[in-house]
Design a protein around this ligand. Structure first.
Ligand code: ASP
Length: 403
């Protein structure tokens, strides 16, 4: 009998895990460990994967001109799609006004808001690591990416003999890490079963949450939906000449993993695999754009930051001027770039947007209860946008794709 495709295995695991979480919530520890190990294994490979893929990707791009062109396209794509997402969110939240009349008594305390606001300022400074190993230990992705870009770039400047050795070495190392990645990916259905069952068992008060924050949730999901299924497909089709449906099918496994794990970084190994294998993007382009995208390109998070800030303003009865809303768009963009690709990273980042817009920081407490659920949706959109960027850029570089 032919083996069921990984995607279907994951889908079945997903459905069964919901049932398990609902009906056996007191026995969830029997399966939760599978999710924990899976996430640990993904985290284990992220840094070697980012490091080797960027070095070999950049070194293979070759000249500074090529690199500059690719870098420019990537940044333009990231900034413009995130900005489009922000304006979609802004429009929808202004139409539905989910915060008007919201129950302020429902607010929870959120720790670490002030710290997030302050550390945001130093995020840019910290891109240059003072110690690469500390950056690796502390998962400072931007610093790791920065150093890897330097290494990749300067490999092309070394003498021919060294260049051959270094290129060969990093290409082979990348191939090796990809092999380990593929091995870990095979366990995705089990991992997802454990993760989702645990989430469901822990969040079975959805009905209560929905009655209080339902409109806010619907507005966020609707805006994300419009961005993912209308805006990005139009960009894919018109600018990339790519079939959105085919590309979506190619990306099913990473998307469902993003939804289950709420982490762009943890999903990165699967995204890279799918973009290369199913959509046909070269290693050169996927190795460069995707690790960068998983860290800085977060359309879903940008949209969420702004919609949440607007919701908080509406709940507190604060009228915002047009300029203040545009400040929200700009800081939403910055906050999404600064947010790490891990679960709930976007929550504390809202404080950056709130303080720029002159809104009360403690407002974050209002949405705390639903953040984790909405994280699933926004992370999926983050990963989807990264993958769309990779195929559009590959197409613009003249690559022949499968989508
Ligand atoms: N969880 C999101 C991600 O990994 C970040 C966020 O919290 O918005 O992409």
């Amino acid at each position: 009998m032919k083996k069921l495709a990984l995607y279907w295995q994951i889908l079945i695991a997903f459905a069964l895990s919901i049932l398990y979480g609902l009906f056996f919530s007191e026995h969830v520890h029997l399966v939760a460990w599978m999710g924990d190990i899976f996430i640990k294994a993904l985290k284990m490979i992220i840094i070697p994967l980012i490091f080797t893929s960027i070095i070999s990707g950049i070194a293979n791009v070759g000249s500074g001109d090529n690199l500059g062109r690719l870098g420019f396209k990537t940044i333009v794509y990231y900034l413009s799609t995130s900005t489009a997402a922000l304006f979609t969110g802004l429009a929808i939240v202004n139409v539905f006004k989910p915060g008007v009349g919201a129950d302020l008594g429902f607010a929870n305390q959120v720790e670490g808001l002030g710290a997030a606001k302050e550390s945001f300022g130093s995020t840019l400074m910290n891109i240059v690591p003072d110690n690469l190993f500390v950056a690796m230990v502390e998962n400072q992705m931007l610093s790791i990416i920065f150093f890897a870009i330097l290494m990749g770039f300067f490999i092309t400047k070394t003498k021919e003999k060294s260049q051959k050795i270094l290129l060969g070495f990093f290409d082979s190392l990348f191939e090796l890490i990809m092999k380990i990645t593929l091995f870990v990916i095979r366990f995705t259905p089990y991992g997802i079963f454990g993760i989702v069952a645990k989430q469901i068992a822990e969040n079975n008060d959805l009905g209560e949450l929905f009655s209080r924050l339902g409109l806010f949730m619907l507005v966020v999901i609707l805006a994300l939906f419009i961005h993912a299924f209308i805006v990005l497909p139009i960009v894919l089709k018109t600018i990339g000449g790519v079939s959105p449906i085919k590309h979506f099918n190619a990306m099913r496994t990473p998307l469902i993993t993003a939804f289950s794990t709420s982490s762009s970084n943890a999903t990165l190994p699967l995204t890279m695999n799918a973009v290369k294998k199913n959509s046909g993007v070269s290693t050169k382009i996927s190795s460069f754009t995707l690790p960068l995208g998983a860290t800085v390109n977060m359309d879903g998070t940008a949209l969420y930051e702004l919609v949440a800030a607007m919701f908080i303003a509406q709940a507190y009865g604060i009228e915002l001027t047009f300029t203040e809303q545009i400040i929200g768009v700009l800081t939403g963009l910055l906050a999404s770039i600064g947010a790490a690709g891990i679960p709930m990273a976007g929550l504390v980042m809202i404080s950056v947007v709130l303080s720029a817009m002159g809104l009360p920081l403690e407002g974050v407490g209002l949405i705390l209860a639903v953040d984790r659920i909405l994280d699933m949706f926004r992370t999926t959109v983050n990963v989807w946008s990264d993958s769309c960027g990779a195929v559009i850029i590959a197409k613009s570089e003249g690559e022949k794709l499968k989508v």
